[in-house]
Design a protein around this ligand. Structure first.
Ligand SMILES: C[S@@+](CC[C@H](N)C(=O)[O-])C[C@H]1O[C@@H](n2cnc3c(N)ncnc32)[C@H](O)[C@@H]1O
Length: 227
């Protein structure tokens, strides 16, 4: 089960979420698992976030920063992308990759989804990819509530996660290679978590080979004159 450990390592002192510590191994495995479509899929996720030049974006559970670097590109000039993750090792790896790509509007910090170290209403866009299944079920709603808190009114969310195969054999294979967190991921619950956190304009979709995403907006404050 070395791969399962690579993908779902030990909880850190401040979160029960399983973290990724081996940035290089994670990159190799994930490239393979997307079968050559990783760049295409993440470019589409960045597009779905609707991040635009000048926006300030938070990537929650950023890992090696694959999506963070893409949204950083989308918000230039004038915008920034901040990736947070509980693993200091993966954060160090993400910083190296951003530096290699010359993404100087892209920064990384330690942080946990269920207790974000960010001011209320401080981001225009929040994105998160393949993170929610790392959280124990009891923490997921709290994480979505935190994401909702740090978005400004009218701000946008794009959250994507692993969609297990529908067939039993495919699911067993995923379980054998990566462990139960991915095999049994209750992906159908993601939309409900987003709605329960208070988001509106909720939309969902799938991307080949195994991504399910939800996009949504934090309710804008309506002026008295408009009502
Ligand atoms: C499968 S990786 C995804 C990384 C990256 N977003 C991507 O799409 O490649 C899941 C990430 O979630 C992080 N994670 C685990 N528990 C977390 C928590 N409580 N808050 C934020 N991130 C967490 C892990 O450390 C890991 O880097």
């Amino acid at each position: 089960m070395a791969l399962a450990r690579l993908l779902h390592g030990d909880p850190q002192h401040d979160t029960a979420g399983s973290t990724i510590d081996h940035g290089r191994g994670y990159e190799v495995f994930t490239d393979l698992a997307f079968g050559g479509r990783r760049n295409h899929v993440f470019a589409r996720l960045a597009e779905l976030s609707a991040a635009r030049p000048g926006d300030h974006v938070l990537d929650v559970g950023c890992g090696t920063g694959y999506l963070t670097r893409r949204v950083a590109q989308a918000v230039a000039p004038g915008g920034t992308a901040l990736g947070v993750d509980p693993s200091s090792k993966v954060i160090a790896h993400a910083r190296r990759l951003a530096e290699r790509d010359g993404r100087d509007n892209c920064t990384f910090e330690r942080g946990i989804a269920e207790e974000l170290d960010a001011a209320t209403a401080s981001f225009d866009v929040v994105v998160s990819s393949l993170m929610v299944h790392h959280l124990p079920a009891a923490l997921r709603q709290r994480a979505l509530a935190e994401i909702h808190r740090v978005l400004r009114p009218g701000g946008r969310l794009m959250v994507a996660d692993f969609r297990p195969p529908r067939g039993r054999i495919g699911r067993h294979l995923v379980g054998a290679v990566t462990g139960p967190a991915m095999e049994l991921n209750p992906i159908g619950e993601l939309e409900g978590l987003v709605r329960q956190a208070g988001f509106e304009d909720v939309a969902t979709g799938d991307l080949h080979p195994w991504i399910h995403y939800v996009t949504a907006t934090k309710r804008a404050v309506r002026s008295a004159a408009a009502t």
